[in-house]
Design a protein around this ligand. Structure first.
Ligand code: NAP
Length: 304
């Protein structure tokens, strides 16, 4: 757990050096890795501002927005459980964030109004482009875990990009079906469909997909069951595990053993952070400074 501020003492943070001008709202918020990513970025760019954690309850969200605006904050990130509250609390929501169903980035504009955006979607697109050198639109995608917030955001963004095909599966199948029905305007016909989460159904579709995404929390514990049937991965697959603790999950190990390219959840944390930074400062994010800060935070040792 790392130190955090509350609405009662955030003014102290705004008066320190460098002055806090960015925050992540959450409850709990001590686990957020955003300060370790954004503070090195601010330093690298010579910006006299700091990024802090701010613990706010749901009923404090609106007052928190007012307090931060009055303290001349540039913006904020929003994490659990406020991503949905933020949709109804900011003055304006960007249409893509509305479609993703959540706000994770707030920008305070010069007139004092707040704009809500979502960098998870663009962060996912940049992750796939940067790490696999492939645009999302060219891919046939299998999403495991279409029932959660992270999987949902990735599914909507894949559909917005016009991916070739999107196959959704989830332990609770009805959630995958509900999500698929909201995407039928973007991916008509069978370009978006669901399959049951069974070994047979997975074996049948895996030869037809390019990118496999784990949007579940399976893989965080060594006792978790395997996500895919044994031997079903091949060297032509791209595998993206959204889990980042541990950095090498059983899915990543299985993918590499099959000769497939595989990445963990850290790049998406990085690229969504870089996107937020660019919205706040209208300049390219110092990605390597952010990557080092994040790696150090996750591994607990300085990045090489
Ligand atoms: P969430 O909203 O709680 O969703 C959890 C998802 O996992 C649901 O689809 C759920 O299925 C499924 N699931 C949970 N336990 C399962 C099990 N035992 N067997 C099969 N499916 C199971 O969580 P979230 O916020 O979306 O996070 C999901 C994962 O993404 C976590 O590992 C999180 O750390 C990671 N994440 C990564 C990033 C990043 O930037 N890399 C960002 C956010 C989250 P049901 O619908 O059936 O319950």
């Amino acid at each position: 757990m790392f130190p955090f501020y509350t609405l009662q003492n955030i003014e102290t943070a705004a008066r320190q050096s460098p002055p806090a001008r960015l925050a992540v709202f959450g409850d709990p918020v001590g686990h957020s890795l955003s300060p370790q990513m954004h503070n090195p970025a601010l330093t690298a760019c010579g910006i006299d501002a700091g990024y802090v954690r701010l613990q706010v309850k749901t009923d404090e969200f609106l007052p928190a927005l007012r307090v931060l605006r009055d303290l001349q904050f540039i913006g904020a990130n929003v994490t659990i459980p406020h991503k949905f509250t933020a949709l109804d609390s900011v003055d304006e929501v960007e249409p893509a964030a509305r479609r993703l169903g959540a706000v994770n980035t707030i920008i305070f504009r010069p007139d004092g109004s707040s704009l809500g955006r979502n960098s998870d979607g663009p962060g996912f697109v940049r992750t796939i482009q940067e790490e696999f050198q492939t645009p999302v639109k060219d891919l046939r995608i299998l999403l495991l875990g279409a029932g959660g917030g992270a999987g949902g955001a990735v599914a909507v963004q894949s559909a917005l990009e016009g991916c070739r095909q999107l196959i959704l599966t989830n332990r609770t199948e009805s959630k995958a079906q509900a999500l698929a029905s909201t995407l039928s305007d973007l991916l008509p016909g069978d370009r978006c469909r669901t399959i049951p989460w069974t070994a047979d159904a997975l074996r049948e579709v895996l030869p037809e997909v390019d990118l496999i995404i784990n949007g579940t929390s399976l893989g965080m514990s060594p006792d978790d069951p395997p996500l895919l049937p044994e031997g079903s991965l091949s060297g032509r697959h791209l595998v993206y595990d959204m889990v980042y603790k541990p950095l090498v999950t059983p899915l990543i190990t299985a993918a590499r053993q099959a000769g497939a390219r595989a990445i963990n959840g850290l790049p998406m944390l990085l690229w969504q952070g870089a996107q937020s930074f660019e919205w706040w400062f209208h300049r390219p994010a110092p990605v390597e400074a952010m990557r080092s800060g994040l790696t150090e935070a996750v591994e607990g040792v300085p990045a090489a």
